[in-house]
Ligand binder design. Sequence first.
Ligand code: PLP
Length: 400
Amino acid sequence: APALARRLADVEVAASVVMTSKARALAAAGHRVISLAVGEPDFDTPPHAIEAAHAAALAGDTHYPPQDGTPALKAAVQRKFRRDNGLEYALDEIMVANGGKQIIINAFLATIDPGDEVVIPAPYWISYADQAKLAGARPVFVPCPQNNGFKLRPEDLEAAITPRTKWLVLNSPNNPSGAALSADELRGLGAVLARHPQVWVLSDDMYEHMVYGDFAFATLAQVCPDLRDRVLTVNGASKTYAMTGWRVGFCGGPKHLIKAMVNMQGQLTSGVCTVAQAAAAAALDGPQDLVRERAAIYRERRDLVVAELNKARGIVCHRPEGAFYVYPNIAGCLGKTSASGRRIETDLDFVLALLEEQHVAAVHGAAYGMSPYFRVSYATSTDDLREACRRIQAFCAALA
Ligand code: PLP
């Protein structure tokens, strides 16, 4: 057959997608499977956002969108950055894309030349690495150990930067670890970045509103205003408003970068679905109490999951600041054999055996660049979480 492109050779199918389809197959065979593998809220889109989409469609807002986003949504994004982050972006410093995901690939394609490097703290959301590779860059991973709360240390960042470094990706709160960086921690990284003016910084704030207890969310462009013209602040409707299917992400950044990204997007997609943009604008401008109410629910679930997983033999679960993930360590389970005789040598062995034997789906740490761990998403009902933790405890208790 005619050949496919080389650029896809080392781009992977996301492990969460693989685990989710394995879980579906078991469920179709009649098992009661609990999935802790999903990366999206289990809540619904707010009704006022859905109504705004409907009204926009009926009003004839059904033509090609402006490539950079509708004026209404861009204005709502401008207000959001001011309200939540104390950031002032002019309208030509803002753009809208098909999810935060397309913001990131726009940014990479608009800036990366072959041989450039993208520094990615590990564990990381897998798409950063694959998108960097698609754009022709070499991902450079920097481990963020559990004993530092899975957070990037300034000295490790310093050591990872070279003259070829084009981007640093910061993701706080983090997928998959849940770790979130305080304003002071961001300042420490900012001091390093100030010494390396060739480096852009992508601040992926997608989980901004999922921080718990007295932790205060902060973002780099806000705490290090001197870096503002090198920072792309990325956010979106998916996680905050349970709008993953609408595909709306947005960002603020320096004008010449945004202009190049809009150019790229014009070629890729011509912009974002108009009615989805109307829905996102309504979500951003509408009442925000839902966001706080849901965060309170996530907080309870985090505390439940951390407490229950720490009761499982061989598991040590750090309690992170945010997102809806925890990243338990399973070093104490390795080298053992499961109830059905499966050898557990890696975190992949662990999640596969857990799925087969206890019908709980989760994603192995190797997929996020740090082992031996697995990622638990607690964006699922509290009852299911209790039952899933019980099954994980039973699975671990049977390891011998
Ligand atoms: N960034 C992080 C850290 C994520 O976990 C996700 C989704 O899983 C995204 C960005 C992309 O979200 P979306 O493209 O739905 O806006």
